[in-house]
Design a protein around this ligand. Sequence first.
Ligand code: NDP
Ligand code: OXD
Length: 309
Amino acid sequence: MALLIKTDIDRGDAWAEALAANYPELKVYNWPYKGDPAAIDYALVWQPPEGELKRFPNLKAIFSVGAGIDHLASDPDLPEGVPVVRMVEPGLTAGMSEYVTLAVLNHHRFMLDYAAQRRAKVWEELLQLPAEARQVGVLGLGVLGRDALEKLKPFGFRLAGWSRSPKSITGVTCFHGEGGFAEFLAETDILVCLLPLTPQTEGVLNTETFAKLPAGSAVINVGRGGHLVEDDLLEALDSGQISGATLDVFQEEPLPEDHPFWEHPRVFMTPHIASMTVPETAVRAVVANIQRLEAGEALQHVVDMKRGY
Ligand code: NDP
Ligand code: OXD
C-alpha cells in the first residue's frame, strides 16, 4: 500500500518518520512523484496543483493536510467518487484554541491601544472591563469553534456561537441559520470567524454584518481570507464601528506589499499560522482512518463535497 505526501511547509522528515513509526507497512512517497501513478492508494496533500490528483487512477481517499478543504474543492478536475477527508487532529485543534484565546484577550485587554500608546510614548491606563461584560461570538461550531469556546469558558466571557444546524452547548448561547444571524451579532463584542469557506460563507464578514454588531466590536478572522470583504473592514475600522481586527488569513496570500493592512494601526496580523497540523499527532489520525477503510469500515471526517465542508 502506498501514500503520496505533499505538505506546504518543510517539516524535514517529520511526516515520513511519524508514518514509518505508526504504519511501517505503508510505502511513503514525497511529491513530486515520478513512479507509476497506479501504485498510489492514498494522497495526503495541501494545495496540490489543479488536475494533478486525477493522474492517480487507484486513489482510495484524499486526505487534506488542513482542516479546510477549499484548496481541493476549487480543483475542477478533482477525481470524482474519491472521498476527501478533512484534517481533525488534536495538535491542530489545540493550536487554534491557543491563537483564538490570545486574540480574544488581546482585544479584551486593549492591546492594540497600548501598542499605539507605546509608539506615541503615552503612559495612560485604560479602564479595564470584566470579562463578563463582553460577549465572544464564534461563527462556526465545528471541531475548532467548539474547542475554542471550551478554552474561553474559564475566563468568564459571555459565549455565543452560530452554525448552519441547531446546536446545544453548555454555557454557550447557540444560534443557527440566516434566521439566527442578526440576533447572534447583536450582542457580540468580539467576533471570531471559524467557518469553512463555501459559496454560502464567502464574504460573510462584510459591511452589513459589521453594522449588526455593537459599535466598537472587534473581529478575528482565522477561517479563510475569502470570508472577509477587506475594503468593508477598512471602512468599518475608519468609522470606528469595528475597533480592531486580528487577521490570520487574507484574500491574497502572501499579502501584497502595498496592502493597507500591513501598516494599519488597528490591525494585528499573522501569516496564516493560527494553527498548523502537527505531523506527529496528525499521522495517528490518518493511519487510523486508512486502517479503518482497509478493514472495510467507514472513513471518519469525510467531506460532503456538495455542502463544501
Ligand atoms: P468543521 O467542519 O468541523 O465545522 C464547520 C462549522 O461551520 C460547523 O459548525 C458548520 O455548521 C458551520 N457552517 C458551515 N457552513 C455554514 C453556513 N453556511 N452557515 C452557518 N454555519 C456554517 O470545521 P473546523 O472547525 O474543523 O474548521 C473550520 C475552518 O477553520 C476550516 O474550514 C478552515 O477554513 C479554518 N482553519 C484555519 C486555520 C488557520 O490556520 N487559519 C487552521 C485550521 C482551520 P454545522 O455544525 O451546522 O454543520
Ligand atoms: C487548515 C489551515 O485549514 O491550516 O488547516 O488553514
